[in-house]
Design a binder for this molecule. Structure first.
Ligand code: CO
Length: 430
């Protein structure tokens, strides 16, 4: 019998300090390791200590039905955090997704990160309009009803703020959760009308190379978008995770530019002006340009680059004694699909490949997992993502050598977590 024979077989290691082969996550591999081997992930908790009792609440009728659901009261501690607003405002600033509390690849709409430049407008969809004008044959104005009659597509894709993770440039590692460090990043199913269909109907002038997208918020947030992107995979998004957009995500409609820095996906979209060149708006000149080590500025750096973060274990998710653990995290790239994620548990000396959980989608979160036989000694764990364009996530020293410290958009360096002998996890620069 395979099970009894292999019960004593040691799990196959693939890199130093106890990193196991990703084969452990395949059904056959788990059987070869012996019955209950995956149960070792929580060895003591799996053992019943007392006979189960009927919960008191099950003896009385439960709560009534409701028109719109809520999560369990026991989950209410999981919230967006780091909420930071500009002095004198209530709605301008950002909030972070608690990445380490999520599983799978979808961010619940209520936990999607926020970044607003003048608060969240309260827009009545019945009076909202989208104007397409500029270098077009026919300027067009769309109501919500009109837009709803066009063919729609759905895609699971991420949005990441250009300034996400910039805390990684701080001189000393800041002690925060994975979401606190990297949570200006979320992944949803977006449904809407391809922008290319609307632009074709308007008739784009051959001289047009760009467009201006402007929001209906009181900041009139506006960005220039290359025409090639608009005609490729841009959406006028109306739905998020199956329901209409949340107001904090642009209700009733937003531009959605897969893989591009978040603020180009202009929320509360009211106007698209087709232009020959970029408009040089405040939002792309005073902000969202990358100052280089020599003091010059790099403009129009749009795609978010390949990146990953381990969410378990991570700061605040400590280990409970030596043993077998699953290391799990998220990887993504604005260039396309994740091709590979390597994990190290010895501070980057040796690496082993993680298993990628299906589905692996373009410009979406890819969940990765690897098993680790922790010997109870200090360890530094890190993940390094590679995308299908061949781009490799840099380590922090490589990133800083190339980009400098002056203005730090597009930070995508490897995150390192130190696991102390007592199981505590902290942010370190390795
Ligand atoms: Co940029």
């Amino acid at each position: 019998m395979i099970e009894s024979k292999s019960k004593n077989a040691a799990p196959e290691t693939v890199a130093g300090n106890g990193l196991l082969h990703r084969r452990i996550f395949l059904t056959r591999g788990a059987a070869l390791l012996g019955a209950g081997s995956l149960g070792l992930l929580t060895p003591t908790l799996a053992v019943a200590q007392v006979a189960p009792e009927m919960p008191v609440l099950a003896k009385v009728p439960g709560a009534a039905l409701s028109g719109y659901g809520n999560r369990s009261v026991f989950e209410e501690g999981i919230k967006r955090y780091n909420i930071r607003t500009y002095p004198g405002t209530t709605g301008s600033g950002g909030s972070w997704t608690p990445l380490e509390s999520l599983e799978g690849i979808i961010t619940p709409s209520a936990l999607h990160f926020e970044r607003h430049h003048s608060g969240i407008p309260d827009i009545n969809p019945d009076v909202h309009r989208l104007l397409i004008h500029g270098l077009v044959d026919r300027p067009l104005i769309f109501s919500m009803d009109a837009l709803s009659r066009y063919p729609m597509v759905s895609r699971i894709q991420f949005i990441e703020c250009s300034g996400n993770s910039r805390v990684g440039t701080a001189p000393k590692p800041v002690q925060m959760t994975a979401g606190g460090l990297h949570g200006l990043f979320s992944c949803s199913e977006w449904t809407g009308v391809p922008l290319s269909i609307l632009l074709e109907e308007a008739g784009v002038d051959p001289k047009a190379g760009w467009l201006l997208a402007e929001g209906a918020d009181s900041a009139a947030m506006a960005r220039s978008v290359p025409m090639a992107k608009a005609m490729d995979d841009a959406l006028i998004a109306l739905y998020q995770n199956g329901e209409r957009l949340r107001p904090s995500n642009g209700y009733p409609m937003r531009l959605f530019l897969p893989g591009y820095e978040g603020n180009m996906s202009v929320k509360w979209l009211r106007r698209i002006k087709v232009t020959s060149g970029p408009t040089m708006t405040r939002d792309e000149t005073a902000e969202y340009t990358d100052t280089r080590p020599d003091g010059s500025s790099l403009m129009f750096t749009f795609p978010m680059e390949v990146k990953s973060v381990i969410t378990a274990p991570s700061f605040g998710r400590n280990l409970q004694g030596a043993g077998l653990y699953e290391i799990s995290g998220m990887a993504w790239s604005g260039a396309g699909k994740i091709a590979r994620v390597d994990v190290s548990v010895d501070g980057g000396q040796t690496w082993g490949q993680a298993a990628l959980s299906e589905p692996v989608l373009s410009k979406a979160v890819t969940r990765f997992r690897v098993a680790w036989q922790w010997n109870g000694g200090p360890a530094v764990i890190m993940s390094r993502a590679v995308d299908d364009s061949g781009a490799v996530q840099p380590n922090r020293a490589q990133f800083l050598a190339a980009r400098g410290l002056k203005r730090n958009y597009h930070y995508n360096a490897i995150q390192s977590w130190k696991v102390a002998a007592n199981g505590e996890v902290s942010n370190v620069y390795a």
